[in-house]
Design a protein around this ligand. Structure first.
Ligand code: HGY
Ligand code: MN
Ligand code: MN
Length: 405
């Protein structure tokens, strides 16, 4: 008899995380290593213990719940930090469902050959501290612990200081236990499954990501007296970057996307020409060569603006990952679990970054997607029907059983 998950417990736990520091517009706001994130971490550790998992915390604050058994575990998990305008499910679904799988197997007396493990990775969103997917990148050996701990938020505090303050600076080295396979259940955060009225996706690959922060320094001046020919207007240059990178992405077509999500102007006053603009640029593509093309277009624009507008522009790379192809064996296990449940499953690419893309560096990895209504995410309107969450968790359970034996 196949084990059955306690869906009510799963939905209740997702709701408990979502209730932490909920904003007026319904958004979840648990920025990495804030008190709200720490509250979520404490809740999840309690659930891991209820599931009989042995909980360890590593030096970058990754939380690992490890089940009984010998050898490399089959690991699942995700993140519980959110963006500032987050929904209930981004990250939380994969963590809560992973714990639910472990707890159900324990309660129903099912011992797998290989241990099951559930991970909560530190700072997946990369909003306060960059790069994003930080905890899993350190776990996979792609970023040194020192660099991660020294990453500074806009208010100057370092990630290491926040881990100490909140009591999540673990004593375990990062990267253990090394899993034999990694699976992540996540909402699609895009429109494809929803548009095709399908309930399941298996993620075959994930696009490359390039994050830059540009600091544009011009000259503050009077908005009324300064002739247009004499301006070094940082605000205008920021606007050119927004419109030009959008046109570049449109012109390139295919998978290319470009986003300027954050612009800060100084002194940010109605009658003063901005002397400084701080601009974020997020470029993504499934093709590494095309992503490089988009990066070169940005470089060319920077050079042109410095020449024509007499401004100085410095640029800092905040994150850079190449496209990732997931493991066919794990993809096959997910597809077989879906077919076994009589469910069609769509092979698809992930537009969003995920911890799985880092875990793919160290073990066979793939992802399960469930639909996002209207493709909405990073937004309090983020929603997935409970039955889709349940289907996703059931496919996770069945795939874990296949992989763990
Ligand atoms: O940016 C991303 O794709 C992820 O949500 N951190
Ligand atoms: Mn996520
Ligand atoms: Mn996210």
């Amino acid at each position: 008899m196949s084990p059955t998950l306690n869906f009510e417990r799963m939905h209740t736990r997702i709701g408990a995380l979502a209730a932490i520091n909920r904003l007026e517009d319904g958004a979840c706001c648990r920025l990495a290593l804030t008190d709200a994130d720490a509250h979520g971490r404490t809740l999840a550790i309690g659930w891991m213990r209820d599931a009989g998992l042995n909980v360890i915390i590593d030096a970058v604050g990754n939380i690992l719940g490890i089940g009984a058994g010998e050898g490399a575990p089959v690991m699942t998990g995700s993140h519980i930090d959110t963006v500032a305008s987050g929904g209930e499910l981004d990250g939380a679904l994969g963590v809560v469902a992973g714990i639910e799988v472990a707890q159900t197997l324990r309660e129903q007396g099912i011992r797998t050959k290989r241990p099951i493990a559930v991970a909560i990775f530190t700072n997946e969103e990369g909003v306060r501290f960059q790069p994003d997917m930080m905890g899993s990148l350190v776990f996979a050996g792609g970023l040194s612990l020192h660099e991660a701990l020294s990453s500074r938020a806009h208010d100057g505090v370092s990630l290491g200081e926040e881990l100490q303050r909140l009591g999540f600076a673990g004593d375990r080295p990062c990267g253990t236990p090394r899993p034999c396979a990694f699976l992540e259940l996540h909402i699609e955060q895009g429109p494809i499954l929803d548009r095709h009225a399908e309930s399941l996706g298996v993620v075959t690959d994930l696009q490359g990501i390039s994050w830059r922060e540009l600091v544009i320094d011009g000259v503050s001046n009077h908005a009324g007296t300064t002739p247009m020919s004499m301006r070094h207007d940082a605000g205008y240059c920021a606007a050119r970057i927004v419109t030009h990178m959008r046109n570049v992405a449109r012109h390139m077509g295919g998978a290319q996307v470009a986003t300027v999500g954050s612009i800060r102007l100084l002194p940010n006053l109605i009658n003063v020409i901005a002397r400084r603009a701080i601009v974020s640029v997020d470029l993504r593509n499934t093709s590494e060569s095309r992503l490089r093309e988009a990066e070169q277009a940005l470089e060319a624009l920077i050079a042109e603006l410095q020449r024509t507008e007499g401004v100085r522009i410095s640029s800092r790379q905040l994150a850079r990952t190449e496209p990732v192809v997931f493991d066919e064996g794990v993809i096959e296990a997910i597809s077989a679990a879906a077919v076994n449940l009589g469910l069609p499953v769509r092979r698809m690419t992930s537009g969003a970054g995920h911890d799985a893309q880092m875990m793919a560096r160290i073990c066979p990895t793939a992802m399960i997607f469930v639909p996002s209504r209207g493709g909405i995410s990073h937004n309090p309107q983020e929603y997935t029907e409970p039955r889709h969450l349940e289907i996703g968790a059931t496919v996770l359970l069945q795939t874990m059983l296949r992989l763990a034996g």
